[in-house]
Design a protein. Structure first.
Length: 303
C-alpha cells in the first residue's frame, strides 16, 4: 500500500505529514477546505463534494478538524465543530465504502477525550468522558472514533486512532502556554506562573509524530494508540528551559494555589514502543530550540 490521501492537509500536522510521506516514497494527495497547493479543495461536511475526488487511495489519514478554542455558547462555532469533526468523518466513511480501495484509516484523535485529571499513567483503556473548557471539542473527537469503529464497511478496513498529546514545532498554530512563554522570553516580559510545579504537559515534536505515523501505517496497526513523548514537563521547568534557550536571565514569579490538585500528564507509550521497535524521540531541548528559532524568524519578518 503506497497511495495516501491526507484530509486536513493544509494544517500544521498535515503539511508535515505530506513532506515526510512523500520523502519516503508514498504517492500522496492532499485534501483541505483551503490552501494554495491542495489537490482537492472541498468541505468534507458536504456529501456531494466528495464526488470531485478521482484518486483511489489505499490509506487515508484524517487530520481534518475544527480545533478547540471557540466559544462553547457560540452556535456557529459549535455547529461548525460537529459538522466537520463528526459529519465530515461520516461522509468519509460513505466515500470509502463507495470507493472500495481504502484498506487502512489513520484517524488523528486526541488524549483530551479522557477527562482530567488524567490517571497515572494514562493508558489507552482509560475511561473516556470529556469534560472541562474544551469538552465539546473532545466529544467531537471521541465521536470520530465511534463513527469510524461503527460504520458497517462491506470490505475489510483496518482503523487506528492516534490519540495525540500536546503537539508542537515549526509552523505550529501559535497559541497555548508554550507559545506564550516563548513570546514573553523573547520580548523580555515578566513571566508569572500559577501552579507551575503542579501542572505538567507531555509535549511531542511534530517531526516525531510523522515518524511514528509512518510506523503505524507500515504495520497497519489497529485500535487506539497513545502518540506521545512519554515524558512529562512541569510548566515551571518549561519556563526555565525557554528562558535559557532565549538567553534571558529574568526571574520567574511562581505561585502555588494550595487548593489546586496536581494535574499531570504521565502518558503510557508502551504500545507505541512495542510497535516501533526503534522508538526514539527528538531530544526535547533540541526540538524546543528549533521552535524558538521559528518564532524568532516570524517576529523578525514583522519588524
Amino acid at each position: 500500500m503506497n497511495r495516501v490521501l491526507i484530509l486536513g492537509a493544509n494544517g500544521f500536522l498535515g503539511r508535515h505529514l505530506f513532506r515526510c510521506l512523500s520523502d519516503v516514497g508514498y504517492e500522496v494527495k492532499t485534501l483541505s477546505r483551503k490552501g494554495d497547493q491542495i489537490d482537492y479543495k472541498l468541505d468534507i461536511a458536504e456529501p456531494g463534494a466528495w464526488d470531485a475526488i478521482d484518486f483511489e487511495p489505499d490509506i487515508v489519514i484524517n487530520c481534518a478538524a475544527v480545533l478547540p478554542g471557540g466559544n462553547a455558547t457560540d452556535e456557529a462555532y459549535v455547529r461548525k465543530l460537529f459538522l466537520t469533526n463528526c459529519k465530515g468523518v461520516y461522509n468519509l466513511c460513505r466515500w470509502i465504502e463507495k470507493t472500495g480501495t481504502v484498506k487502512y484509516i489513520l484517524n488523528v484523535s486526541s488524549l483530551s477525550v479522557v477527562s482530567k485529571p488524567w490517571p497515572i499513567p494514562l493508558k489507552e483503556d482509560a475511561p473516556t468522558y470529556p469534560s472541562g473548557p474544551h469538552a465539546l471539542y473532545s466529544l467531537s473527537k471521541l465521536n470520530q472514533e465511534i463513527i469510524l469503529n461503527s460504520f458497517p464497511f462491506s470490505h475489510k478496513v483496518k482503523i487506528s486512532h492516534a490519540r495525540l498529546s500536546a503537539l508542537f514545532g515549526e509552523n505550529m498554530v501559535w497559541s497555548g502556554i508554550m507559545c506564550s512563554l516563548i513570546d514573553k522570553a523573547l520580548k523580555e516580559e515578566p513571566i508569572e506562573l500559577l501552579n507551575g510545579t503542579k501542572l505538567s504537559v507531555d509535549y511531542i515534536y511534530v517531526k516525531d509524530v510523522c515518524k511514528h505515523f509512518i510506523s503505524l501505517i507500515k504495520k497497519e496497526t489497529e485500535g487506539i494508540i497513545n502518540v506521545a513523548s512519554g515524558e512529562e514537563v512541569y510548566l515551571l521547568d518549561l519556563a526555565k528551559m525557554i528562558l535559557k534557550l532565549c538567553g534571558n536571565n529574568s526571574d520567574i514569579l511562581s505561585n502555588t494555589d494550595s487548593m489546586q490538585d496536581y494535574n499531570r500528564a504521565v502518558v503510557d507509550t508502551s504500545k507505541l514502543k512495542y510497535i516501533e521497535t526503534d522508538f526514539k524521540n527528538t531530544d526535547f531541548l533540541i526540538a524546543l530550540k528549533e521552535t524558538i528559532k521559528y518564532r524568532q524568524t516570524l517576529l523578525a519578518c514583522y519588524e
